[in-house]
Design a protein around this ligand. Structure first.
Ligand code: PMV
Length: 344
């Protein structure tokens, strides 16, 4: 007999970033974070898990390529789900109990570049955990289990606007994500993803966070400042106050990347193209005399932009005009943007 479940989980974009761990083994964050989960039909991971008494060993494929199932994070997730499921089954004598002893096959794919700083691991682990939860009919919140795969994955377990509380307990049992507003709360908010480079990032987030934690003074200051920022951005989300939301988002992204540069040896995820996007956003906002677009960058050069529906067309027009770079771009780089903006 074979049991099979397919699930999908979307990417989440952090507006207050998680950068640094207080516990490497438990994947506990040095600071709480806030994110926006995209819609299911956009950037997403899709995972099928099958359990069968015919399977001889556990196996996993990512985007069609077999991966090593012994990856410690994948093992942590499978072990923790099974541990909880066994406990639940002993209490309820559930029929799904027999599946827990069968080997599993996992097949996962992303509809966007993997490991390019577009939160692919967040969507991937959230999806894997959710699919296993369904396979074993596990009840309760599984965001803390997704966290054991990739920290930010705990936020992709929920839709809409999400906070990941860093938690107080040393065992990490209260370090989990919760929804603060559903996506329906802010229907005209839009996200544009500008893919600058699809290549795998040069420094993975695990390694990057370790070195930043060990060497950056600025990170200590950042960690102290996060609780206030979370309070302010949560209020801005509740009030649908785009200006405050956008400004905190951009400043937090800049601060995370400043901490990466303050790392020794320094880490730079942003490229010249990323910096041109930052410049374009600020020029656009200045020209409009209000903050209408916000950027944020994870551990990679690709830009995630937040804006309201009414501004998408105008801003996209500008993006298409400047990217990929053409000759007028020189005017733009010199700061002579006024005329170009007026021609929009
Ligand atoms: O969950 P990880 O280990 O992929 O780390 C994610 C780190 C950032 O994407 C840069 C920030 C965040 O909060 O998602």
């Amino acid at each position: 007999m074979t049991h099979c479940i397919t699930c999908s989980a979307p990417v989440n974009i952090a507006v207050i970033k998680y950068w640094g761990k207080s516990d490497e083994a438990l994947l506990l964050p040095a600071n709480s974070s806030v994110s926006v989960t995209l819609h299911q039909d956009q950037l997403q991971a899709q995972t099928t898990v099958a359990a069968s008494h015919h399977f001889e060993k556990d196996r996993i494929w990512l985007n069609g390529q077999e991966q090593c199932i012994n990856n410690p994070r994948i093992q942590n997730v499978i072990r923790e789900i099974k541990r909880r499921a066994r406990k639940q089954k002993t209490d309820s004598r559930d029929i799904a109990a027999e599946r827990l002893n069968w080997k599993i096959h996992i097949c996962s794919k992303n509809n966007f570049p993997t490991a390019a700083g577009l939160a692919s691991s967040a969507a991937g682990y959230a999806c894997l955990v959710y699919a296993l939860k369904c396979l074993y009919k596990l009840e309760g919140d599984v965001s803390a289990i997704a966290r054991c795969g990739s920290g930010s994955a705990c936020r992709s377990v929920h839709g809409g606007f999400v906070v990941w509380d860093k938690g107080q307990r040393l065992d990490g049992s209260d370090s989990m994500a919760r929804q603060i507003q559903p996506h329906t709360h802010w229907p005209d908010l839009r996200v544009l993803i500008l893919v600058v480079n699809e290549q795998k990032k040069h420094t993975g987030s695990t390694e990057g966070m370790q070195v930043t934690m060990a060497t950056s003074q600025l990170l200590k200051e950042r960690i102290r400042s996060v609780p206030d920022k979370i309070e302010q951005i949560t209020q801005a989300i509740h009030d649908r106050d785009f200006k405050t939301f956008a400004e905190i988002t951009m400043k937090d992204s800049n601060q995370m990347h400043a901490c990466c540069l303050d790392t020794y040896p320094p880490i730079s995820y942003l490229t010249d193209v990323s910096r041109r996007i930052i410049h374009l956003v600020h020029c656009f906002n200045k020209h409009r005399q209000e903050t209408t677009v916000a950027y944020t960058f994870d551990a990679g050069p690709n830009a995630c932009l937040f804006l309201l529906k009414k501004d998408v067309k105008k801003f996209l027009h500008l993006v298409k005009r400047f990217f990929p770079p053409k000759t007028e771009e020189q005017d733009f780089i010199r700061g002579n943007t006024k005329q170009l903006m007026e021609n929009l």
